[in-house]
Design a protein around this ligand. Structure first.
Ligand code: ADP
Length: 497
């Protein structure tokens, strides 16, 4: 017996392919597709998405407009629509993406970083809830993502608490990055239609401000983040970003579901960006991607182990550990290729490395999705020594391309990568725990030893990675369970049939 389909609204400030600054957009674009095409016969979930309509998004069709009273003024919401296209077996399915538009708030260059962020996203949250009445659609689940949508669960339990239209809507709030919290001055409460009693540590007060993220964390029926380990880690002061107390309080309602990657886009068998396609049966062809990568990055074309890094260049990613051991690493017969962009400090650091070791370090400072794929295909190993990592996509893409991840055991990296054991042939990468250059060096040394001394074991290791399933289909099933759990809690029943 299968569970009945659900009506789900996913709300996000960014959604691929319409607007993206980070991993949130990938999730918001991919998860709805997977939910709409989940592999259960007779289950066709009604999935829709809501986001702001930014200036850069063209060609969204007009649906309707309506006034809302916001911040003591009447403002107009223009509701537009586009679709995400999904394929289910031989059927074509279209997922509506409602784009909420207001000239004053969103007709600007860029997505974030304006002086009135609180107002822009408080407006968005009201607009989402009001929109539902105008289209006469009652989702059972509103899936909110990151601080921009934090007020929605709160509004359902305050302003809209007595309105029968909203009574049966449950909320799930997903943390993609706890570092960005949407903290604003206390006067912001007025924007949410709340009185000063909400400026309280048990409510929205947060270190002298009020926090949109905290609103989501406290008022959603269920909270989750993008891996089980990160869900535990953020309840500790070390990785809790000062929200650990709130998260411990919600501990019984806090879950972790790992992100997937798009298995069609990231497929070495068909990827048009790489030099030579391959799959698990033609894995020997992978090596033909190495020389073109070396040429592209102006490195000597040689048969040496190539270690890749594709990353935002920020403290989170543990790159100071690479810097710490670079001289020792350069004694070894290896090449290191780095693609990234971010803090100026790291740009300078890697430039200096490239200048000192032009035969061994290949570097591209910038955002380059084509080169990224060529690194995933052409490298032998992929480095992610992150200080913390909510989920991490780089290691999942590496597995898919038969490139062996070398990771620090934190967050999603700990959940997806297991140390290879040459005796049992189990495991898909190399893992270290202590945040130190020495531990990273030891881990790389173990990988290199296996690569050189036991090539047949190395092949097993590559295949183990390629056989894993980190597609969205798997995670979508877990999200459906979570949605049912949220709905059961909202309705006060034990189970949703
Ligand atoms: P985060 O979301 O913290 O940046 P993830 O590992 O979750 O880290 O996702 C990073 C994604 O962005 C990966 O798909 C990676 O390949 C891609 N990426 C990161 N930096 C670059 C870059 N400079 N050029 C192209 N792709 C990049």
């Amino acid at each position: 017996m299968y569970d009945r389909p659900l009506k789900i609204l996913l709300v996000s400030a960014e959604v691929v392919p319409f607007a993206k600054t980070g991993g949130l957009a990938d999730v918001a674009g991919s998860l709805p597709k997977a939910l709409a095409t989940v592999n259960e016969p007779d289950v066709e979930n009604d999935v829709r998405v809501a986001m702001p309509r930014y200036k850069q998004i063209e060609g969204a069709e007009f649906v309707t407009d309506f006034p809302i009273s916001f911040n003591n003024r009447l403002r107009t919401v223009v509701m537009r629509r586009k679709f995400i296209e999904a394929q289910y077996r031989n059927e074509h399915r279209r997922i509506p993406v409602y784009m909420l538009d207001n000239y004053h708030y969103y007709y600007r260059d860029g997505i974030y970083m304006f002086h009135d962020e609180a107002e822009r996203f408080a407006f968005f949250c009201f607009a989402v809830l009001e929109m539902l009445k105008h289209i006469g659609w009652q989702p059972e689940i509103i899936h909110c993502n990151d601080w921009q949508t934090g007020p929605i669960p709160l509004l359902l339990k305050t302003r809209y608490a007595k309105d029968p239209f909203y009574q049966k809507m449950a909320t799930v709030f997903t943390i993609h990055n706890l570092q960005y919290q949407g903290n604003f001055p206390r006067e912001t409460l007025g924007l949410l239609g709340l009185g000063p009693e909400y400026y309280h540590p048990e409510r929205l007060e947060f270190y002298g401000n009020i926090s949109f993220m905290k609103a989501g964390l406290l008022y959603a029926d269920i909270v989750n983040t993008v891996s089980k380990t990160y869900a535990r880690e953020i309840q500790t002061p070390e990785l809790g970003e000062r929200m650990d107390g709130v998260l411990r309080k919600r501990g019984a309602d806090l879950f972790g579901i790992i992100n997937g990657i798009n298995y069609h886009e990231f497929d070495p068998r068909t990827d048009p960006r790489i030099h030579r396609n391959y799959d698990i049966h033609t894995i020997h062809n992978k090596r033909e991607n190495k020389a073109p990568l070396q040429r592209e990055l102006d490195l000597p074309v040689r048969d040496v182990p190539v270690l890749g890094i594709v990353s935002r260049l920020v403290d989170q990613k543990g790159l100071d550990l690479v810097a710490e051991i670079i001289d020792e690493l350069m004694y070894l017969d290896i090449q290191l290729v780095i693609l990234g962009t971010g803090d100026r400090y790291y740009h300078q650091l890697f430039k200096t490395m490239r200048e000192r070791y032009p035969q061994k370090v290949g570097l591209f400072l910038g955002f380059n999705p084509v080169l990224a794929q060529r690194i995933y295909a052409g490298a032998d190993m992929f480095l992610m020594p992150s200080r913390f990592e909510p989920c991490g996509l780089g290691q999942l893409i590496s597995l898919r391309y038969g490139t062996v991840p070398i990771v620090r055991a934190t967050g999603g990296l700990a959940d997806t990568i297991q140390e290879f054991d040459p005796v049992t042939g189990m495991g898909n990468g190399f893992v270290f725990k202590e945040y130190s250059g020495r531990a990273l060096y030891g881990c790389i040394a173990r990988a290199l030893k296996l690569y050189r001394e036991q090539p047949e074991k190395w092949l097993t290791l590559m295949k183990n990675g390629m056989e894993m399933d980190y597609s969205w289909a798997r995670s979508a099933v877990e999200y459906l369970q979570l949605y049912r759990e949220a709905l059961a809690r909202r309705l006060g029943v034990t189970r949703i049939a």
